[in-house]
Ligand binder design. Structure first.
Ligand code: ASP
Length: 424
């Protein structure tokens, strides 16, 4: 078989008794070729040693023109496409995964999406991996979302996004979209759509369905288990990527799922804000000079001077256990330095390095000493959520000029980021 003309196709390669299935890829060495396996790994083959290659699926089969169907009987949702694996497929030339270029190339991979809803509006503010995003991208997504949410024809918004930093965006939208009236659903896939095991379809179908529900919250909808049966709707400020490759990569931390979402039904599991007639207010001010720092054994506290000198206004420290950093009993103590930088005006907050559970600086004398320095302990708030929230709070001049006001706002529950009901 002609190998070159089949690059990009799904093939079976026969090598003696072994048969391998994957996407045929070019290799830098012309005597060999590569096969991208289902698990994402590439293996190399010597062209001469291969007995047979059989085409299973041609990649071009799906590239016919596609226009989204429309029906008066279905509810209208809007979609914001931002990049990530869910909007990507294998580029056979490069051997890596690349973004799809237009919404219609994306939609022809997901025909099931249109069985339940009309995709009435589509916005593509940018196409990138989530690791390339920052607060300016969150602001763009929030602005487009607020416009769509205030459009009476739209029932809800689905945002497709990369997985790596998705939980930062979900936190940002939870704070930036005040007076929320309708569902804002973020979704993703861990495996691109041209892989047999892609998780994209279920996530998208469930997300579109959730966007027509009565849940007026920013939520992440994605695989609840490694099976392809249902998704969880997870609160935007209480969720975190906890696995680098599994389909149920996102876990709810210190809270409960809002609902189980199946392609055709939703089972509510906890309290949530109801759909309403509010007008959404966009409040996306953000102080860029905010940092998130993990404290580790033997770390030099002078790192705090660096942030202060660089003009940082606030830091979230990921502290150990119930909320600890090395005290003056350690070889390199943090207490004096923490007092010093906070006196100079740097805001220091603490979030749990343990991820699960709540901070309590009063249990140990070490914790009490650290509390004395002025650290704002953020209870059970996720560190990533705390970082986003601190940037948002310090972005507001009316709050940022007073340390006490900042502490009040950091401990005010704006979007479910603090769970008072958490018992253990
Ligand atoms: N690195 C990619 C991203 O976060 C991974 C993904 O999309 O899942 O955009």
């Amino acid at each position: 078989m002609e190998i070159e003309s089949n690059f990009g196709n799904l093939v079976e390669v026969e090598m003696g008794k072994e048969i391998y299935e994957g996407i045929l890829l070019p290799s830098p060495d012309s005597g060999t070729f590569l096969l991208k396996l289902e698990n994402g790994y590439n293996i190399g083959f010597n062209k001469k040693e291969v007995l047979k290659i059989k085409v299973i699926k041609k990649i071009n089969e799906k590239t016919k023109e596609f226009s989204p169907p429309f029906s008066k009987d279905k509810k209208n949702v809007a979609m914001i496409i931002t990049g990530g694996t869910i909007a990507a497929r294998l580029n056979p030339e490069k051997g890596g995964v690349d973004w799809l270029t237009t919404p219609s190339t994306l939609f022809r991979f997901y025909p099931e999406l249109f069985e339940k809803v009309n995709i009435k509006k589509i916005e593509v503010p940018f196409m990138k991996a989530s690791e390339d995003m920052d607060y300016k991208d969150w602001q763009k997504i929030a602005k487009v979302s607020s416009q769509l949410l205030n459009d009476p024809e739209i029932e809800g918004v689905v945002i497709t996004h990369g997985t790596d930093f998705l939980h930062y965006t979900s936190s940002a939208l939870s704070f930036f979209l005040r007076n929320l009236n309708k569902p804002v659903v973020l979704t993703y896939s861990q495996r691109s759509v041209d892989r047999g095991s892609s998780d994209a379809n279920l996530n998208l179908v469930c997300s579109a369905f959730a966007a027509t529900s009565d849940i007026a919250q920013v939520m992440l909808v994605g695989h609840a288990t490694t099976n392809d049966d249902f998704c969880f709707a997870m609160p935007g400020t209480k969720v975190r990527k906890m696995h680098s490759s599994k389909r149920d990569a996102f876990k709810i931390v210190n809270s409960l799922p809002i609902a189980k979402v199946f392609p055709e039904k939703i089972e509510k599991l906890s309290e949530y804000n109801l759909r309403n007639k509010n007008k959404v207010i966009l409040d996306s001010k953000f102080e860029e000079k905010v940092a998130l720092v993990k404290v580790y054994p033997g770390q030099n506290p002078n790192i705090l001077d660096y942030y202060y000198k660089e003009g940082y206004k606030g830091i979230v420290l990921e502290l150990s256990g119930l909320g600890h950093a090395p005290t003056e009993r350690a070889r390199m103590g943090w207490t004096k330095k923490l007092t010093e930088v906070q006196k100079k005006g740097l805001i220091v907050c603490a979030a749990p390095q343990t991820i699960y559970g709540r901070l309590d600086p009063l249990v140990y004398s070490n914790g009490r000493e650290l509390l004395e320095t002025g650290i704002i302990y953020l209870e059970d708030m996720l560190a990533e959520t705390a970082y986003v929230k601190l940037g948002w709070v310090l972005g507001h001049k009316e709050w940022s000029t007073s340390r006490d006001k900042v502490a009040d706002k950091m401990l005010e529950n704006f979007a479910g980021e603090i769970n008072k009901r958490l018992v253990d």
